[in-house]
Design a protein around this ligand. Structure first.
Ligand code: FES
Length: 140
């Protein structure tokens, strides 16, 4: 059912755990399955210097969080917030169709972390990030 890459990230998750002194935290829940994902960011000069995640969820949720952290480390906040679920699925080889929604959780949690960082620092929040945040608030 799952690709080798998915199982590898599930069994050996990268950047998993809590981060002390994070510059930004984003958390989202999936109202359907109840899974929750939290992303921690360390940011320097607008670049993601470090990232960690905690996911209370399924195999796909853990694997997609793990690969997302590898993909966006070293990216600017703008680049990172544009990573889509399709990029994650491609990185994992594939995901079963019924599990594709799980990959959205990772991008949503990252988007929330970036949103919270911009807000706290008084930086203008890009429209698409703001719309996603408003959508998540309505959903919860
Ligand atoms: Fe909940 Fe996968 S079933 S995120």
């Amino acid at each position: 059912m799952y690709s080798e890459e998915v199982m590898d990230h599930f069994k050996n998750p990268r950047n998993c755990g809590k981060m002390d002194n994070a510059d930004a935290i984003g958390e989202v829940g999936n109202p359907t399955c109840g899974d929750v994902m939290r992303i921690y960011l360390k940011i320097e000069n607008n670049i993601i210097k470090d990232i960690k995640f905690e996911t209370f969820g399924c195999v796909a949720a853990i694997s997609t969080s793990s690969i997302l952290t590898e993909m966006v480390k070293g990216m600017s906040l703008e680049e990172a917030s544009k990573v889509k679920k399709d990029d994650i699925i491609k990185g994992l080889g594939n995901l079963p169709t019924v599990k594709i929604h799980c990959s959205v959780l990772a991008t949503e949690a990252l988007g929330e972390a970036v949103y919270n960082y911009y807000k706290e620092k008084g930086i203008e929040i890009p429209e698409d990030l703001k719309n996603k945040h408003d959508h998540l608030k309505k959903r919860s």
